[in-house]
Design a protein around this ligand. Structure first.
Ligand SMILES: C[S@@+](CC[C@H](N)C(=O)[O-])C[C@H]1O[C@@H](n2cnc3c(N)ncnc32)[C@H](O)[C@@H]1O
Ligand SMILES: [Zn+2]
Length: 320
């Protein structure tokens, strides 16, 4: 089954009715037990309806592609693209294999050119955008879908992991062990719970913290970087590489925007949040601010405590 499964463009999925694995294509949407899978264009829909929080909420697409990468300065730009996430994928995942992009939203051109990508998300409209680049899309809750064993060479996700509560993280790591081939990689970029002086201050008001930093975006699975690394190791993954970023109290632009509710109580927070939004909306100041933070992360930032970081990039390997 594993080899047959890996020859096909898209991996086999488990039939929700009889639990056997079915290799699907738009012409073949039925399990031998009679269960009809629902195709919507290039997306297979395993959900019963729209998710009340996530449906249509994130439309992000990453347009950077191979042509841009091969132009002068392309490799340098890649380093600064999404906190080095795509650079980590290109370095650690061999080209051409099957990749699962979890919580893919609108998807990434570069990833689509790098491998045969399955996009997985809860939201149908954004997934339809991703599926125009990827091999196909699956609309499902990652905790409920099941792919055939050893389906993927890599499982990647960008700002998805912090949305999963701890029991779901454990469940998913067990699934990833099954879905990956031996030696397969996990590349995740995600928010972590920071204990740096800025976040220690924001936590002094638990209600505002919950509103601004948890509920606004569904970050119910925030945990410190050290706890995240421990969890991966406990599930048998080797941690090949990690980079803990934004450790200093000078925070990146999304955080400055999320600070807005604090502006109801603190004038300075209102000013900082407004300044953050202005910088976000202006290309050159945005690049200068974001690039400077990343340069700091690459150098002096590494000297600050691990659990002061707000963003963690990890490359994990399923032992061969
Ligand atoms: C913050 S967005 C990140 C989107 C994209 N990867 C990016 O970097 O812009 C998180 C994504 O995860 C999806 N998501 C959240 N919970 C999920 C779940 N249980 N199963 C599948 N997708 C989920 C959401 O619909 C959303 O598109
Ligand atoms: Zn069936």
């Amino acid at each position: 089954m594993a080899d047959l499964n890996n020859a096909a463009e898209v991996p086999a999925v488990q039939c929700p009715c009889c639990a056997s694995y079915v290799e699907l294509d738009p012409e073949r949407a039925q399990c031998s037990c009679g269960f009809e899978f629902r195709w919507r264009g290039r997306v297979i829909d395993l959900e019963t309806g729209p998710d009340s929080f996530y449906e249509g909420r994130y439309a992000n697409e990453v347009y950077f592609d191979k042509r841009r990468l091969e132009r002068p300065g392309g490799r340098l730009l890649l380093h600064f693209l999404v906190y080095g996430y795509y650079e980590a994928i290109l370095r650690s995942v061999p080209a051409g294999g099957r990749i699962l992009d979890i919580g893919c939203a609108g998807g990434s051109k570069l990833l689509a050119e790098w491998g045969r990508v399955t996009g997985l998300d809860l939201s149908l409209p954004t997934l339809e955008t991703a599926a125009s680049k990827y091999a196909w899309g699956v609309r499902a809750n990652a905790c409920r879908v099941e792919f055939a064993p050893a389906s993927f060479l890599a499982i990647v996700s960008c700002f998805f992991w912090e949305h999963m509560r701890p029991p779901d993280k454990d469940l998913l790591l067990e699934k990833f062990s099954r879905w990956l081939r031996p030696g397969g990689k996990v590349v995740f970029l995600f928010d972590v719970a920071s204990a740096n002086p800025f976040f220690t201050w924001t936590r002094k008001d638990p209600d505002l913290f919950r509103e601004a930093f948890i509920e606004h975006d569904g970050h119910y699975g925030l945990e410190p970087a050290s706890a995240a690394l421990r969890r991966f190791a406990e599930h048998g993954f080797s941690v090949c590489r990690w980079h803990a970023m934004i450790r200093s109290p000078v925070q990146d632009l999304p955080v400055l925007g999320w600070l807005e509710p604090y502006g109801r109580k603190h004038r300075w927070a209102q000013a900082v949040s407004r300044a953050g939004k202005w910088i976000s909306n202006h290309r050159i100041p945005n690049r200068l601010y974001t690039g400077s933070l990343q340069l700091f992360d690459d150098t002096l930032g590494r000297l600050l405590p691990l659990d002061w970081s707000r963003i963690l990039l990890v490359v994990l390997e399923k032992p061969a």
